[in-house]
Structure formats: structure tokens, C-alpha cells
Design a protein around this ligand. Structure first.
Ligand SMILES: Nc1ncnc2c1ncn2[C@@H]1O[C@H](COP(=O)(O)OP(=O)(O)OP(=O)(O)O)[C@@H](O)[C@H]1O
Ligand SMILES: [Mg+2]
Length: 492
């Protein structure tokens, strides 16, 4: 497969994405993304709107850091190398409950074109993922059916619709038949890479990127059968420049709906694109979460949908021993941490601080003590963060000091100790139970044993730890780190 040639004079031009890439060349794409992100940080959003940096409605932490959903999603993809397996049941709501419900256990059952089957196996996929078992037959059904699908990050949604798009197109027709929109340039690029890899042996199908900087002459019709882009540029190509005839689109995909609606304007643009399409165009929408706002948006974009949901595997505190240590001030907390290290054989530890300042102070102190420490904080680019997490996961550093911004989505199996150097609290200073669970919780299936140690440095934080204890109904035991004997008894 080949990319559409980059045109125009904007920053996007400097990135050469004309060559099709094989899986072994994935590193290159990471470099591309770094370049893009560093430019993005200067110019505003990916659709070229001049806006303050991070204009999304991402959650503001106490430290004033914004958790940008698009960045978080990209980070997840950069650090994840394999499918996230899920044992939960898939929930399927059919538009027509009387029609038979198909699910497949093998890719062969889908009767794919041999070129595509080869592409799928070449990516190392042996069998469909949980969500793919149900979603693929539905997406490939005749007559076409609309679908809204939700499952947690990493469970195979993008791979599923990439396969659907590739099977859908007629390579003999030299016009755009499949349109896919994603929230940002980088996420669009990620999808494109999946389609390229999967379509590696299906050489007649071509792909174009409708992203800022890629400009076509007015009225010049695209010949590529698949177009992936961000809402603003896709809308321009459909309406203003008429490079795509929306009435010729027979499959429309909206990926990352939850991230999409976090950016101002994307919701409206997506709906405007959808309205250009013909009534019998098949519509698919994917999301990692399903809050009310996502659900409302999904219903607007996808009429008469089938719905597939896969519940997230619940995190549990069952295999984690929880402790708290009473300290007077920051230095004492640090001392307690050192005592802990003296007593425990710790494979790897993650230490959470509330602010960047504290994280960087602690990282410096620990390095002075001779620990191999990695620091992860919000001012780093997504690419830098991904690199730090990769190094930590590969054991290059034994301690990862971080702020809240980076805690989601990181799952490092060999972490045996989690330290809340500062307890997770919300803006009002009350216990943030959800964050606590994310930091120390482990999905039960791994059954990993571990320790969580909470540092208490005020009456207020004592109050918070009690709130957490009550919320989860799990005992958090007091630990005196100056009493070696007691520590050995409790921890070993
Ligand atoms: N059937 C499969 N077998 C093995 N690996 C798979 C399969 N399907 C997808 N994967 C791999 O699993 C990872 C996650 O897949 P994918 O990106 O499609 O998930 P997603 O649900 O779209 O995640 P997100 O919500 O983060 O976008 C990718 O590395 C992908 O190559
Ligand atoms: Mg995806």
C-alpha cells in the first residue's frame, strides 16, 4: 500500500510518510510522532486552530497539569506492544433481536480475501480478540449493519475496523469508499499504520490521509479507496474542496469517540460529516469508555445501531498488602522510604507524588542514595514519557517517580511496591479513591502480590487514609519503618 503524497507548505510536509512501512520499521513512526508532537506543542491543535496549548477539557490536576485525553491515548499506544486480554463477557444489543447472532473463533470463519488473511497472520494475530469475535461478523455482514462498540484500550477495536475497511473496499473502483475519522493527526497516523500492515499483501488498495497540511486542488477527486483523517480536514475535503464525494462513501468509521468529544469543535464537525453521507452508508463508532456524553454523541452519529460492550476487568486490592507510615515532614518521608528499601527486596517500585516539584526533589534525593531512578512528569512530551516507561519496563531503572498525570494505563508487571509519597486527593483535598485504585490496584487475573505504602504527614492525610480504608473496606496497617523487626514481620 502507498500513502497519499503530502502536499502543501505546512509543518506536516517535513514528515515523509510516503513509504509503506513494515512492522519492523515501526520505530520510524515513533520518530515521526516525536517531530509532530514537538511542533504541535508550539502551534496549538492538530487541525491548525490557533488555540492555547492543550485546549481540551482534560482533567486539571492539583498541580495545574492537564491530562489530555488524546495524548493519553497516544501514550497508551506507544507503550503497549500486545493485545490486552479480557475475560469478561461481551454484551451485545442487536437492533433486530430476532436475527441470528454470529461470533467467530477464527479468522478463517470470516471468509476474508486471501491477501487479507495473510496480512492478519503476518501481524502475529492468531485468533480474534474478545471484542473482535462479535464485532467482526457484524461489521462484515450483508446487508451492512451499523455498530457502536466499546471496550477498554488495547482490546483490538482499531484492528477490527481496519480489517472491516479493507474487506469492504472494491479495489477496482478508483474513488474513496471508506472514510475514517480520528481525534488527532497522530492517532490518524496510528490507524493508517495498522491498515498498511494489514493490507500489505492487498496492493491494489490505496490509502490517503486527510490531515492538515495535505492539500489538494479544488474539485480534484481522490482515487484512494480509504481516507483517514481528522474531522476538520475531512470536512473540507468533502464539502469545501470536493475531493471526496460523500455520497460515494459506503463505510464511515469514527474512532476514539471519547477522545473526540473532549476537543471543542470535533463533535460538531463529526456530525456535519455524517450528515453528508448517504442514508445507507454503514456507520461504525468506537470508544474505550461510555460515559453519558459519549453515548449521546454516539447515538447522534450512528443511527439504528447494534451495540457491543466489553466490560473492563475490575481492578482489585485483594493481592496487595496495604500500609501507612506516620511521618512529621518531607525529609521523614524520604527516610522512611530508605528504611523500607533497606528491609525489602524490591524488584521495582513506583512512587507517586502530588506535584512535579516534589517528584523531581524525590528523584534527586533517591539518585543521591544510589538508586537507579526514572522520573516521569507532565511537562515531558508523549514520546519522552513513552521512552521512560519503556526503559522502566525493561528494567533499566528500578524506581519510577511520577505524578498523577502519568499513572493511568501504566501496567508494569514486575512492580512489587507502590508508594504514595503523597496521597491521591481531589481538588477539595478529599480521598481520590479511583486514583488510589488505579495506582495500586492490579487486575485480579495476574494474581500478583505486592505492597502499597502510604506516607502520612498531617492530620489531614491521616483523615484521607481513613476515608480510603472505609471506601474499599480493606485494612491499611500501620508500619513503623524505624522498627526493623516489626517491618520484617509485617512485610515478609
Ligand atoms: N486478534 C489479535 N491478536 C493479537 N493481537 C491483536 C489482535 N487484535 C489486535 N491486536 C494487537 O493488540 C494491540 C491493541 O489493539 P488495538 O489498537 O486495535 O486496540 P484498541 O481497542 O483500538 O485500543 P485503543 O482503545 O487504545 O485504541 C495492538 O498492538 C494490536 O496489534
Ligand atoms: Mg484504537
Amino acid at each position: 500500500m502507498t500513502h497519499f503524497t503530502m502536499l502543501g507548505d505546512s509543518w506536516a510536509q517535513s514528515v515523509d510518510v510516503q513509504e509503506a512501512k513494515t512492522p519492523s520499521q515501526m520505530e520510524f513512526s515513533k520518530r515521526e510522532i516525536t517531530q509532530l508532537l514537538s511542533r504541535l506543542n508550539q502551534t496549538g491543535d492538530v487541525n491548525g486552530n490557533v488555540v492555547p496549548i492543550k485546549n481540551t477539557t482534560g482533567a486539571l490536576t492539583k498541580d495545574g497539569e492537564v491530562v489530555d485525553p488524546a495524548e493519553q491515548s497516544l501514550l497508551n499506544k506507544l507503550i503497549r506492544h500486545t493485545l490486552v486480554r479480557n475475560r469478561n463477557q461481551v454484551e451485545v444489543l442487536q437492533r433486530d433481536p430476532t436475527s441470528p447472532l454470529y461470533s467467530v473463533k477464527t479468522f478463517e470463519e470470516l471468509r476474508l480475501k486471501p491477501e487479507l488473511l495473510k496480512g492478519v497472520y503476518n501481524m502475529g494475530f492468531n485468533r480474534p480478540s474478545r471484542i473482535q469475535e462479535n464485532a467482526l461478523p457484524m461489521m462484515l455482514a450483508q446487508p451492512p449493519q451499523n455498530l457502536i462498540a466499546q471496550s477498554q484500550s488495547g482490546t483490538g477495536k482499531t484492528a477490527a475496523f481496519s480489517l472491516a475497511m479493507l474487506s469492504h473496499v472494491d479495489p477496482a473502483k478508483k474513488w474513496t469508499q471508506c472514510l475514517c475519522i480520528a481525534p488527532t493527526y497522530e492517532l490518524a497516523l496510528q490507524i493508517g499504520q495498522v491498515i498498511e500492515q494489514m493490507g500489505k499483501f492487498y496492493t491494489d488498495v490505496k490509502l490517503a490521509y486527510a490531515i492538515r497540511g495535505n492539500r489538494l486542488g479544488r474539485g480534484m477527486k481522490l482515487e484512494q479507496q480509504i481516507v483517514i483523517g481528522t474531522p476538520g480536514t475531512v470536512l473540507d475535503w468533502c464539502t469545501k474542496f470536493k475531493n471526496i464525494d460523500p455520497k460515494n462513501i459506503t463505510l464511515f468509521v469514527l474512532d476514539e469517540a471519547d477522545v473526540m468529544i473532549a476537543t471543542q469543535g470535533h463533535r460538531d464537525q463529526s456530525i456535519r460529516i455524517q450528515r453528508q453521507l448517504s442514508k445507507d452508508c454503514q456507520m461504525l463508532l468506537f470508544s474505550a469508555t461510555f460515559e453519558d456524553s459519549v453515548w449521546k454523541f454516539a447515538e447522534q452519529v450512528v443511527p439504528d445501531p447494534n451495540i457491543i460492550k466489553l466490560k473492563r476487568e475490575e481492578e482489585t486490592l485483594d493481592t496487595i498488602k496495604q500500609f501507612y507510615v506516620v511521618c512529621q515532614q518531607e525529609e521523614d518521608k524520604f527516610k522512611a522510604l530508605c528504611n523500607l528499601y533497606g528491609c525489602l527486596t524490591i524488584a521495582q517500585a513506583m512512587i507517586f507524588c502530588q506535584t512535579r516539584r516534589m517528584a523531581s526533589w524525590l528523584a534527586t534525593q533517591m539518585t543521591k542514595e544510589g538508586h537507579q531512578v526514572a522520573l516521569l512528569s507532565g511537562e515531558m512530551t508523549v514520546e519522552q514519557r513513552a521512552a521512560v516507561i519503556d526503559r522502566f519496563r525493561n528494567g533499566k531503572e528500578k524506581v519510577l517517580v511520577t505524578t498523577n498525570v502519568c499513572s493511568r494505563g501504566i501496567d508494569v508487571e514486575q512492580v512489587s511496591l507502590v508508594v504514595n509519597f503523597d496521597l491521591p486527593v481531589d481538588m477539595a483535598g478529599d480521598a481520590d479513591n479511583e486514583t488510589y485504585l488505579h495506582r495500586i490496584g492490579r487486575t485480579g487475573r495476574f494474581g500478583r502480590r505486592g505492597f502499597a505504602v502510604n506516607m502520612i504527614d498531617s492530620e489531614r492525610s491521616m483523615d484521607v487514609i481513613q476515608q480510603i480504608q472505609m471506601h474499599f473496606n480493606r485494612k491499611i496497617t500501620k508500619l513503623d519503618t524505624s522498627n526493623l523487626e516489626e517491618m520484617e514481620r509485617l512485610l515478609c
